[in-house]
Design a protein around this ligand. Sequence first.
Ligand code: GLA
Ligand code: ZN
Length: 673
Amino acid sequence: MQKVWGHDKIAYGGDYNPEQWPEDTWEEDMRLLALAHVDILTINVFSWAALQPSEEEYRFEKLDKIVELAKKHHMKVCFATSTGAHPAWMAKKYPEILRTDFNGRKRKFGGRHNSCPNSLVYRKYSVRLAEKLAQRYQRYGNIIAWHISNEYGGECYCENCEKAFRVWLKDRYQTLEELNRAWNTSFWGHTFYDWDEIVLPNQQSEHIDEDHTMAQTISIDYRRFNSDSILECFRLEYDAVKKYTPDIPVTTNLMGAYKPLDYHKWGKYMDFVSWDNYPSNEDSISAIAFNHDLMRGVGGGKPFVLMEQTPSQQNWQPFNALKRPGVMRLWSYQAVAHGSDAVMFFQMKRSIGSCEKYHGAVIDHAGHEHTRVFREVAQLGAELDKLGGEILGSVGTAKAALMFDWENWWAVEYSAGPSVSLKYHDEVMKYYAALHSQNIPVDLVGEEDDLSGYKLVVAPVFYMTKPGVDVRIREFVKNGGTFVTTFFSGYVDENDLVVIGGYPGKLRDILGIWVEETDALPDTKKNSFVYDGKTYIAELLCDIMHLEGAKALAEYQEDFYANTPVVTCNSFGKGQAYYVGTRSEEAFYTKLMGEICMRQQILPAAEAPSGVEAVERVRNKEHYLFLLNHQEEPEEFALTKAGTDLLTDTTYQKNDSIKLSPKGVAILKWVEE
Ligand code: GLA
Ligand code: ZN
């Protein structure tokens, strides 16, 4: 059992901001939250200015009262450190804490997530506050997690960051010679003779715009550096709270596939991963599931915490549609199905001013419990109470791994050529959706993760092949694993320098092919190929390749490379390595992934009609099968396993039919003999 934190049920609650309200309203809040079965409050998320009105003065009286309020009402506390927005006085007194943007403009005080991560003043005072909080509340008893800052992100291009960048580079490259080699500075006369000649890559230097750079390696290194700089802020506060409360786990709320921060690296320093899920109503089931699986992967496969979701609508989308009846519940169980041990909201109570006053909340401006949203929240809360300690600490069962790597993401999308339409996340999603829509469990892994427990590893657009990864993939396939990769893979090393000798570089022997050329098709132009008797489109990029031991499974139908291979398979050791040399369509991916999984005995969590998501979590011999009907219509189908629905206490035998209402959920438990 892999427990996230000290709670004996799926935690239910979320961000609560009583400091925005008169104290005489707090008891009524507590009455309402108890009615909603809330048992955890995330407090103190943005209170720095209140806690520290000046450089030497700290005031904790109000926070003491909030903490006591939570205790009196038997709430667990997820305690934030408030360092996601600095006080105005600090910005005035120490302008160095303000960020400088991509265009080189120094920001003034305002907004949030606004501190320069390399400001020593920011680091000093954020760490001091975190430490004071841990010291003051260490014996409080109900704190089950520290929540450092909030949704870390963004970037800074100030002079402090520039100096810190040089220090970071010295650490990475040791010598200027090595840096000049790695950065290929002989191109366009960029040779550096002194570390101080190096400047940050932005609109004032190497960039054409945010997405286009003339010096890819410099820009990729800046991304690494920026992610590390912000991570360092997290780690400093982590150490500060651990001094007083070594046993309270520490997290910060991540944001799914958030490009600027290398979450695989972050995950290594977090006691558990938590994240904020804000899909739009238009997102596909797979798109939402992908983020959950990614966050679970970042946390090394352990259960995670759904730290925030809205009970109904957001405030920051162009059209802030309501979550339809049943959707909040369905998406909450989807999070749990994919590994969350909590269902938490932003926010408990709608504020009356500023930009989040129309963001969904458990307690609406109406101020009472007679709202649709409140009723839905309370119903789910009652169900989670009923589930008790079930599910907690259980883990996934995937035999298929899909690679998603941040450094690769940066490298692919900074690349000048072959196509502006190539987006890494989109390509990975196509393979994810093919597996997920067939209810095949998938773990999302990074390039550094252990692959030995899997039967299948899929690495779409695996462009930056970092040192040693090819060795592990070679071992994996030799030992009987199946590997799938695509166009634009194996091209470069960790410095974005091309591996010479022919594409796909170090993956060439594993795949048994040589890619000689790659054609980039404008969005309006398509080629095609026939696979297993059916014609599928080929678009975006078309690799023109030679077989070096692999078998062609499909060939192009058009253009001067008609009749040359586009999809190949190579037998390598005891395993197989597939190469898909173009982008195709959903039907093709579903077919190919389905076939591979069938051959490798990689089974779906359950047989279910399309539109019904089936996901399994396992704890010792206990299996929890989640059946989630994402459709507007009811669904009825035969079960391939016996089990008891924990939500209704109905027991089903194998082959019994189960009915799911529109947006309905069942959680079938069965225990291995
Ligand atoms: C984020 C933040 C919250 C709040 C919500 C609104 O997730 O962490 O403070 O701003 O967005 O959607
Ligand atoms: Zn800075």
